[in-house]
Design a protein around this ligand. Structure first.
Ligand code: NAD
Length: 387
């Protein structure tokens, strides 16, 4: 039996993926939006939905059922699923833990390790995949202990907040022997000391920041401009969103971390950075439904100027939740196959993919299908994916 732990179980994205996972497990919903159910990816290496068990940590204490009702009220998930899954949601509720307490960060990490290992032991699971779907953090202040595992261990015993919270959970995941996925733009496992510890523990990990809306469209369109040798002069985007994520991103520091994550695709796909930028604005009224509007100016043969605009209206959690389940299944299979380090072949899912400069959705798809085929064929289980 495999298990997913979502680091934060009551989030909008986390709550929707738990309801969605339970609905799939009970056969109450189809897998629309789950790419691992496409014929090119489906296969025996991936844990079945029926084998997934859910748990998590969250600062918020709203009962999961109430959270699911709020999602249904907002039109994010169907009411009939909340009604049909009340008992199952109650069972998952027993597996949600508050944020850890302790005088030092080492003590808090140990508390998370105890939660993870007891979860794994009680349910006799093969593995636990930790998925971070917590609120976006600002970029952390650099600390010398971020560079070295021994220095990090020593510093965590002291009074300082050495690691941002996302990295403390990632550290705990590694100590507990759990593969890790970061669906957010936060630091997570992206520190040299943590990467070294993950490698030492022979663990795979994936990230960063789920690609579900405007950046997803950009990663399809930007390669088109590049392949047709059209010169993009400017690309400006405005994202209007509400919900918890929108409220978090109203903070300028968290906003800056997210914008940085969204910007990489253009420079790295086109080979130059056009004018313009990406703005994110909080509009409470929009809830979990996001509108992104992009204006692109470009020139063709003999300098003829042209423009294109697109508008994206997406329900963030309905787009994110199936990908969270996909990532848990794929990362579990990679761990079972002995893969170690950043899973560059999962770049398809992320705005700021680890271990690969490839931002083009088409190239990422080709890598993902080859990777999954290899997992299903049982090939190359000693392959280290360290990039
Ligand atoms: N389409 C999407 O929904 C999407 C796409 C890409 C990335 N993301 C990222 O996923 C994350 C979650 O998005 P969301 O819309 O679910 O946000 P949300 O605000 O609804 O949920 C955030 C949750 O994190 C919890 N939390 C905050 N700090 C915590 C801590 N220290 N320990 C435990 N829990 C903590 C909060 O209590 C809250 O439940 C964000 O970082 C967002 O940028 C979401």
């Amino acid at each position: 039996m495999h298990r997913i732990v979502e680091a934060e179980g009551r989030t909008t994205a986390g709550g929707a993926s738990i309801v969605g996972g339970l609905a799939l497990r009970a056969g109450l919903a189809g897998p629309t939006g789950c790419v691992t159910e496409l014929p090119d990816l489906r296969g025996p290496a991936l844990p079945a939905f029926a084998d997934l068990v859910f748990g998590g940590h969250d600062l918020a204490t709203t009962p999961l059922c109430k959270r699911a009702e709020a999602l249904a009220d907002a039109g994010v998930i169907p009411w009939r699923l909340v009604a049909a899954l009340r008992d199952e949601l109650g069972v998952v509720e027993q597996e949600l833990r508050p944020a850890p307490v302790g005088d030092t960060q080492a003590e808090r990490a140990e508390a998370v390790v105890r939660d993870l290992t007891s979860f794994r032991d009680r349910h006799e699971l093969d593995r636990v995949v930790v998925v971070n779907v917590s609120a976006t953090e600002p970029a952390p202040r650099p600390h010398p202990a971020h560079a070295d595992p021994a220095a990090l261990r020593a510093a965590l015993d002291g009074p300082d907040e050495v690691l941002p919270v996302s990295s403390l959970y990632a550290y705990a995941a590694v100590l507990a022997g759990c593969p890790y996925v970061d669906f957010t733009p936060s630091t997570g496992l992206r520190l040299p000391a943590l990467a070294a510890l993950a490698e030492e523990a022979r663990l795979p990990y994936a990230g960063h920041d789920g690609k579900t809306g405007e950046t997803l469209v950009k990663s399809v369109l930007a390669p088109m401009f590049a392949m047709r040798n059209l010169a993009v002069g400017s690309w400006s985007g405005v994202n209007l969103l509400g919900g918890g994520d929108g409220a978090t991103l109203a903070d300028p520091a968290a906003n800056a971390a997210k914008v940085q994550s969204k910007q990489r695709v253009l420079g790295e796909t086109l080979g130059y950075v056009p004018q313009g930028g990406t703005r994110i604005e909080y509009v409470e009224e929009l809830g979990d439904f996001k509108t992104a509007w992009d204006l692109i100016t470009f020139s063709g043969f003999l300098g003829t100027g042209m423009r294109m605009e697109f508008t994206w209206h997406g329900c963030d959690s309905a787009l994110a939740a199936p990908l969270v389940l996909d990532l848990a299944r794929l990362t579990a299979a990679a761990h079972a196959a002995g893969q170690v380090g950043p899973l560059a072949d999962l770049g398809f899912f992320f705005k700021d993919p680890l271990g690969t400069p490839t931002h083009s959705l088409g190239e990422q798809w080709a890598r993902l299908t080859a990777f999954t085929r290899q997992l299903h064929d049982g090939g190359d289980s000693d392959h280290d994916n360290v990039g």
